[in-house]
Design a binder for this molecule. Structure first.
Ligand code: FAD
Length: 451
């Protein structure tokens, strides 16, 4: 279980599906994607009969385990979308994602969901010369996208926001908020239930077909079935190679003493990451801890997904030592909890949302670790697609994309393993040599991964 859930105490279980049923819309998966979709559909048409079928409990997946960055990223970058859709559309897409951060904040406030939200922006740090060169190249690219509002900070300005050891400079962008992930997803679940959405837990769906969601507890017939299972999608029949389940792991410290915070600063609650190839991400929590994440064992053979968040001791040690390197002022704090979660990676590393009008089957996900905000925009987009409305959201470049499938095993496992070993080796080399050039190992891994 994640610290975020543990801090709240496990939720009261909801009833499972009790036999065959019908609904207008069935949503499979009660994470941010499924719940935001239910929220906006019910808000648009209160008479719609919506059933959410959840394998475990609402927020069991990445939505209850993530780093809590509610941020405006276009998953996988903008370049390919400029080629397919043009500069103006991608600029608008960026603005919509910026606005999505505020949309989540304002709905949470309106619905009385207290998720410790603070909009402090996002700070990406360089910690060696190669990282700095990548950061500067990124900043030069961002300068072409004033919509995103990112700006380069020198070392002094960066340290003024948060004293991270070895920091050489940062890129700051304002459209990001820190959230307590489980509080957000659990609040959403309560909200949609209060609106009249039926939410069944402990009800795994085994197959999605036209007009039907099949579970061992009964079959639900409906006009639309929407798949919102992200990193778990490989477990569904015929979806095994659609999205690769990628693991990410986190640790959280005990609350740090005021003296440590006086040294570190970080009073703006920025979401912090570095520019390593196997990057880290962190937040300062509402109760004064550091929650820090990164890749542990990125992928398990055969797309196995989850061990209820169990995390290898070697991963915990690696993240702990990174924490100590970056925040020596934290004086080797006790690690209170470690956990892992699974996110969905499409073959081209870009998210999709879509609906096949001929079958009524829809989907959203593949956010590659940037779904906290994107799931909200996906939910509003699925609303418009289900209601058959042509809106600005339904013409965004991520809608109804077709993506090729992942390679069969053992190629898939070998490829991902080689890619991450190359990224780890590249990071070690860049730290050791202090050269400003990105390691060729990382360039090769980028080519293999198809990012
Ligand atoms: C450790 C970690 C850190 C991350 N940090 C960030 C971050 O800081 N910022 C960010 O933007 N993104 C982050 N992400 C990614 C982000 O959490 C996800 O993109 C987002 O939560 C996806 O939401 P979702 O609802 O699509 O999927 P999930 O939250 O995974 O929900 C899917 C749900 O479907 C259920 N389910 C699965 N299979 C079935 C089935 N067969 N039948 C019924 N139900 C099923 C699951 O139990 C689960 O509850 C992180 C992810 C991880 C794992």
């Amino acid at each position: 279980m994640s610290f975020w859930h543990a801090a709240e105490g496990l939720p009261q279980p909801r009833p499972a599906l009790a036999g065959d049923s019908t609904a207008d819309v069935v949503i499979v998966g009660a994470g941010y994607t499924g719940l935001w979709t239910a929220y906006y559909l019910k808000q648009a048409q209160p008479g719609l009969d919506i059933a959410v079928l959840e394998a475990r409990f609402a927020g069991f997946g990445a939505s209850g385990r993530n780093g809590g960055w509610l941020t405006n990223s276009i998953t996988g970058g903008r370049t390919q979308y400029v080629r397919t859709s043009g500069r103006a559309v991608v600029g608008r897409f960026q603005e919509l994602l910026n606005d999505t951060v505020d949309e989540v904040i304002s709905v949470a406030a309106a619905e009385g969901i207290d998720a410790d939200i603070v909009k402090g922006g996002e700070l990406n740090l360089a910690r060696n010369p190669a990282q700095l060169a990548r950061l500067q190249a990124w900043a030069a690219d961002e300068a072409q996208w004033p919509e995103a509002g990112a700006r380069l900070l020198d070392r002094r300005e960066t340290d003024g926001r948060a004293a991270v050891a070895g920091s050489l400079g940062g890129l700051y962008q304002p459209h990001c908020a820190r959230v307590q992930p489980a509080k957000l997803v659990r609040g959403l679940a309560r909200t949609v239930e209060a609106m009249g959405v039926r939410l069944y837990e402990d009800t795994p769906v085994t197959e999605i077909r036209t007009g039907t969601a099949v579970t061992s507890r009964g079959v639900v017939r409906c006009r639309h079935v929407l798949r919102a299972t992200e990193g778990f999608t490989a477990g569904l029949r015929r979806s095994h190679r659609d999205w690769l389940p990628m693991n990410s792991s986190m640790i959280v410290t005990e609350p740090l003493p005021a003296s440590a915070w006086a040294e570190i600063g970080w009073n703006g609650m920025e979401a912090i990451a570095d520019m390593a190839h196997a990057y880290m991400y962190a937040q300062r929590t509402a109760d004064g801890r550091i929650a820090l994440g990164g890749r542990g064992v990125p992928y398990r053979f055969g797309s196995r997904t989850d061990d209820d968040g169990a995390t290898a001791p070697a991963t915990v040690r690696r993240l702990h030592s990174l924490l100590g390197e970056m925040f020596p002022a934290a004086c080797d704090p006790r690690i209170e909890q470690a956990w892992s979660g699974v996110l969905g990676v499409p073959r081209d590393w870009k998210a999709t949302v879509g609906l096949d009008p001929s079958t009524g089957v829809g989907w959203a996900g593949g956010y590659v670790g940037t779904g906290v905000a994107a799931a909200n925009l996906a939910g509003r987009t699925l609303r418009d697609l289900v209601l058959g409305e042509d809106t600005e959201l339904t013409v965004m470049p991520w809608v109804n994309r077709t993506v090729r499938r992942w390679e069969p095993e053992p190629l898939r496992w070998l490829g991902v393993r080689a890619m991450y070993q190359a990224y780890y080796a590249a990071d070690r080399r860049e730290n050791r040599t202090r050269s400003a050039a990105t390691s060729p190992l990382a360039r090769a891994a980028d080519l293999v991964s198809g990012r």
